[in-house]
Design a protein around this ligand. Structure first.
Ligand code: PEP
Ligand code: MN
Length: 338
């Protein structure tokens, strides 16, 4: 169950509720100033909590991820990141290099993203590489370059954080923290990202089920951070023709289960530049709130993920496609409700 407290309750009044929960044989977890989660439903306790003056509402939600669930929030979550909207009717376009390389290269990319109508510049400064001998990212220097690109273009910036100890540093620079596929179940990292107060884009793990992914999102929400964006980036299947299998079922499935916005990453989802544009189209047609793609002026020379990286012309064509597909959808996003 979820207990919603009245606005501006005192710490003492909150403690009274937690004590009542404990006396009823349960544990309450405070998720922000006015929300308490009790993992199990108990009709007797619900009735008695509802009589407390500081309690606004008791919601009997039977879900392993109550705060992420549609039962908790019927309306779609719409996130406003420095004036750039994620969720709702328009598609959000996030694009940039896999890794931040040099300032000149990044500025050229940022200007292209902006001119094409994108809202966010992506770029890895801390890179999760399969080999310890591959380029690991510029670290804080890369974050500084992203911040310069934001100042010059007005784009929002998103970059990955891999370690709990680096959340504070990355948060100083970025507008959205990216949690990568390999870290979907890194619970200490999820908790820190939740505490940062920054919007968080949570990528689906390579072998994460939708339930596990939503429970990972719950870790962030449970810290009182409501701004979580889910990103379907492909899962590992028996298929080897593509790097991953972009699971577009996840888009309507997530929308039926959760109020959180979901976007798709056809770059990592396919691993091959030729397939990125068709799958970006498909993701938006399925109802995704946006796309995130890797682009570079000379993809073959990209320091990481070259094979899946689009050149500028391909990127502009992709933006044109997704905007037209989005406009052609006559019903509001998401297309599916529970
Ligand atoms: C990336 O966005 O460059 C990245 C490493 O993504 P993922 O975590 O989905 O592999
Ligand atoms: Mn990449």
């Amino acid at each position: 169950m979820v207990i919603v407290l009245r606005p501006h309750v005192s710490a003492e009044q909150t403690k009274q509720v937690l004590t009542a929960i404990q006396e009823g044989g349960h544990t309450g977890y405070q998720a922000g100033p006015s929300t308490i989660v009790v993992p199990k439903n108990d009709a007797h306790l619900e009735a008695s909590l509802a009589t407390l003056p500081q309690v606004e509402q008791v919601m009997a939600i039977d879900s392993p991820y109550p705060l992420a669930s549609r039962a908790f929030k019927k309306e779609d979550t719409i996130i406003d990141v420095r004036g750039h909207i994620i969720g709702g009717d328009k598609v959000t376009v996030m694009a940039g290099p896999c890794s931040v390389e040099s300032l000149d290269n990044l500025l050229e990319i940022a200007q292209t993203v902006k001119a094409a109508g994108g809202q966010f510049l992506r770029g890895g400064a801390f890179k999760p590489r399969s080999s310890p001998y591959s380029f690991q990212g510029h670290g804080e220097e890369g974050l500084k370059m992203l911040a310069i690109a934001r100042d010059k273009t007005g784009l929002g910036i998103i970059s990955e954080v891999m370690e709990p100890d680096k959340v504070a540093l990355v948060s100083e620079y970025v507008d959205i923290l990216q949690i990568g596929a390999r870290n979907m179940q890194n619970y200490p990292l999820l908790r820190e990202a939740g505490k940062s107060g920054k919007p968080v884009m949570l990528k689906r793990g390579l072998s994460g089920t939708i339930d596990e992914w939503l429970m990972a999102a719950e870790y962030i929400l449970a810290q009182g951070n409501p701004n979580v964006i889910l990103c379907e980036r492909g899962i590992r299947t028996f298929e080897t023709a593509t790097r991953n299998t972009l699971d577009l079922n996840a888009v309507p499935v997530v929308q039926s289960l959760s109020h959180l916005p979901i976007i798709v990453d056809p770059s990592h989802g396919t691993g091959k530049s030729a397939f990125v544009r068709p799958m970006a189209r498909a993701g938006v047609a399925a109802g995704a709130s946006g796309v995130i793609v890797e682009i570079h002026p000379t993809p073959a020379k990209a320091w990481s993920d070259a094979a899946q990286t689009l050149d500028f012309d391909e990127f502009r064509a992709l933006v044109d496609d997704v905007e037209r597909i989005s406009a052609a959808l006559t019903v509001n996003r998401p297309l599916v409700h529970a």
